[in-house]
Design a protein around this ligand. Sequence first.
Ligand code: GDD
Ligand code: GTP
Length: 421
Amino acid sequence: MIKAVILIGGPMKGTRFRPLSLDLPKPLFPVAGFPMIYHHIAACSKVPNLQEILLIGFYRHLEPLKKFIAECQQEFKVQIRYLLEYTALGTAGGLFLFRDQILIDNPKAFFVMNADVCGDFPLLEMLNFHKQNPAGSYGTILGTEATRQQSLRFGCMVEGKATHEVLHYVEKPETFISNIINCGIYLFNPEIFQAIETAFKKNAKDSYKLDDPVQSREMIRLEQDIFVPLAGSGKLFICHTNKFWSQIKSAGAAIYANRHYLAIYNKTHPDRLAVNSEDSPKIIGDVYIHPTAQVDPTCVVGPNVTIGKNVKVKAGVRLRESIILEDAVLQDHSCILYSIVGWNSIVGAWSRVEGTPNDPNPNKPFAKLDIPALFTDDGRLNPSITVIGSKVHIPPEVIILNSIVLPDKDLNSSYKNQIIL
Ligand code: GDD
Ligand code: GTP
């Protein structure tokens, strides 16, 4: 029997995701029509003999999570529980705190997934790979390749070529170590808790040092506290994937993830994608339209657009590479490109909302999405996806370009490269 844990974090994180995470825990932000971690749960539900999925985090605003869990349990017929950490305990601290819950019913192994990644999760491949690991091993880490420069933003692993063993692990190194990066998806044997317990005890002792008062005694990081000491011991192994995988740290990354999940629907759920017909809008490429949304047949939509629940899209609207969230209204002939329009927002007639994509360099193999800093060195906003927070009102005939608009704003003119507070 197998279990899965999804590390959903808590409200302190996700600052790069503002203003979208102000209304909803970031792991529930919809990508391609479904909450971010819905895609994790869908992947887990395909693992044979998977008994339970545990969400571990420190969100205290329980209503949206409860509702999400109830819906998923019903759809996937699998038990899902949320285990609440009393504070941020780090990526391994929550696992350690809830070890008894994880180990109830003696799972042979359990997956651990970071919530803020997306991809074509190859869990079955990981299971098959994991079975080949030598007896006494602790776990398998999903690895992928990144460019030399981009690898510095991830956990980097040096691999024993013949054995696939992790020989050396450095979390976000300062100089180049390896272009094999940690995808934040793991499959552990229960024995991993021995290593976590060792780290817990070491931290407890170390934190009594007077010169290191900030380090929280309870915080245990899977990467620095567990993988670094285990590297080279023959206990951790790398399962490689070259399928689609990306982090979702920013709004721009959500647009990128949206595109890839829509592309995956072509294989897995073609019924979710809109098709052209006589009385439908003109659909270009992959488009998801929620069944309750009303889109005028004179609109042109796509590629890579998601239109949420109860959204109203009026005559002549053009939409491309964008996510329109629940209950938004796009008035006649508005144009939305590379943008996210928040819940209950209204875009006035003939207005244009446009952002700038930061797609990976298509000429570099293994390039991942770059997440540029919010501001340039001289203090200007870096052009990026335009994000309209919830309940924003954009008047007719204005242009909102490369901007971030915080919730509840009533705009009265055009804006370019600005954060509108
Ligand atoms: N429950 C809980 N408690 N979850 C947490 C905590 C915590 O205290 N801290 C972080 N998480 C969750 C986050 O919600 C996220 O899903 C995941 O753990 C990792 O978050 P970060 O700590 O922000 O790490 P990162 O994303 O910068 O890097 C990690 O993921 C990369 C792949 O995306 C590392 O594992 C890297 O090595 C890896 O390459
Ligand atoms: P590339 O194919 O990437 O070169 O883009 P493009 O030249 O098609 O133009 P762009 O990405 O700016 O716009 C995408 C689509 O939106 C195009 O089909 C345009 O016709 C349409 N579009 C652009 N601006 C407006 C506008 O202000 N109003 C409306 N209704 N549609 C527009």
